[in-house]
Design a protein around this ligand. Structure first.
Ligand SMILES: C[S@@+](CC[C@H](N)C(=O)[O-])C[C@H]1O[C@@H](n2cnc3c(N)ncnc32)[C@H](O)[C@@H]1O
Length: 285
């Protein structure tokens, strides 16, 4: 075999491996840094690639979430891996939604795009964005009426640790909405995805959630809904909170909860920087 044939075969092999590792599986086998680097790279093109349809987003996200939270006048929702603000936008576009959304993501560029997308949405002041990893949510236990994480768990190094975090910050009676990758997309990521049946069993038995069920969603994802046992207490409604994110953040310096609206810790005075786009820089450096 000539050297040229071997060389060509090698180039094809390396190209295919790079395609699989960087495009097909979005860097998941190369670690969190690479995943986030790729999302930073694609942030400005993400919405064009995904082409979310407003009617579908309302039917499958906005309306069902509002329905399960109808007892709470102004629910507080945490969207982990908020991306370009798909979930906050779906909620803001529901006229009946009077609550607040905190969107957390580790890609700064996705957050910048989210902030940009929100500028044209009515009620955008009821969404706050924070730059932080999903593995360590900077909130006390039992803080949120609803916690969501869509199209993201399979890209995280330890998805079940993140599920534990999502459940930890959920109030008793609160709703968890996550997605589970299925079909070819899931089969191409061995070791990174679970069957939906296995996930439902884990949520019920290992995480102690109730009313666990799946719902049809997209070609490559199913939705998984679950509830934390207990009853949502409308008396704990967040309505009086002027700045829901600041009020509920745990200070990375002293560990106490509560910042002023300009993000100075009420206990130790430490401050968190905020970007010109309003994103709170919890992760610094
Ligand atoms: C496919 S996008 C989904 C975005 C949004 N949830 C949606 O449905 O459009 C995945 C998001 O997960 C974020 N992400 C991945 N790993 C993360 C981590 N460890 N912590 C926080 N965000 C992460 C990425 O930055 C990206 O914005």
């Amino acid at each position: 075999m000539s050297i040229w044939i071997i060389l060509a075969a090698l180039i094809i092999l390396i190209g295919a491996a790079a395609w699989y590792l960087l495009i097909t599986t979005e860097g998941v086998y190369l670690g969190r840094r690479v995943v986030i680097f790729l999302y930073d790279l694609y942030a400005s093109r993400y919405d064009r690639i995904k082409r979310f349809e407003a009617v579908w987003e309302s039917e499958r996200l906005g309306q069902p979430l509002l329905q399960v939270l109808e007892e709470i006048d102004q629910p507080l929702i945490l969207d982990v891996a908020v991306g370009t603000a798909r979930l906050p936008i779906a909620l803001l576009r529901e006229n009946a939604f009077r609550g607040y959304v905190i969107g957390l993501d580790f890609s700064r560029k996705m957050l910048a795009q989210a902030a940009h997308n929100l500028t044209s949405e009515r009620g955008a002041q009821r969404v706050a964005l924070i730059h932080q990893t999903a593995e360590a949510l900077p909130f006390p236990d039992e803080t949120f009426d609803g916690v969501t994480c869509l199209e993201a768990l399979e890209f995280m190094p330890r998805p079940l640790q993140v599920v534990g975090e999502l459940v930890r910050v959920l109030r008793p009676g609160g709703v968890l909405l996550i997605s589970n990758r299925k079909g070819t997309g899931a089969r191409l990521m061995p070791g990174k995805t679970l069957s939906t049946e296995r996930l439902l069993t884990l949520l019920e038995h290992d995480f102690g959630l109730s009313d666990v069920r799946k719902a049809i969603w997209q070609v490559d994802y199913e939705q998984v809904w679950a509830f934390k046992p207990g009853l949502l207490d409308p008396a704990l409604d967040i309505a009086p909170a002027a700045a829901p994110l600041a009020e509920r953040l745990v200070c990375p310096r002293c560990g106490k909860v509560g910042f002023t609206p300009s993000y100075a810790c009420r206990a130790c005075g430490g401050t968190l920087p905020t970007g010109t786009d309003g994103v709170v820089e919890y992760h610094q450096g």
